[in-house]
Design a protein around this ligand. Structure first.
Ligand SMILES: [Zn+2]
Ligand SMILES: [Zn+2]
Length: 115
């Protein structure tokens, strides 16, 4: 018993059918939204939402945000793996694991310091 409505700025909303033919405010951008009048048979019982509540797109946005966070963490992890660090056993400076001669004290550093 709800009507899908798209606000002038493209937000997808669902409103109670009792608002059909009336004007509401978009909860996202506060734009005035004309609620269309729908024929009875287009209304479905399982899609009831509060008047002008967030539509399904809000959940999708949240999932995208989560994915962004996850991929950002992946990037960070990839960077760390791409540039591993080890410390010089002579002067204890932190240097790239790819370097075998310490740039600080010019000591040759063996791979075993990776552990
Ligand atoms: Zn809107
Ligand atoms: Zn050193």
């Amino acid at each position: 018993m709800s009507i899908p409505v798209i606000c002038p700025n493209g937000h997808k909303l669902k409103v109670k059918d009792s608002f059909s033919g009336k004007i509401g405010l978009c909860p996202t951008c506060k734009a005035r939204v004309q609620v269309p009048q729908l024929p009875e048979e287009a209304l479905s019982e399982d899609a009831i939402m509060s008047f002008l509540g967030p539509g399904p797109e809000e959940d999708a946005k949240k999932r995208w945000a989560d994915n962004d966070l996850a991929s950002a963490a992946d990037d960070l992890w990839a960077q760390r793996r791409a540039a591993p660090k080890k410390s010089c056993h002579n002067c204890h400076s932190e240097i790239s694991a790819a370097i075998h001669i310490c740039p600080h004290c010019h000591t040759y550093i063996a791979e075993l310091s990776d552990f």
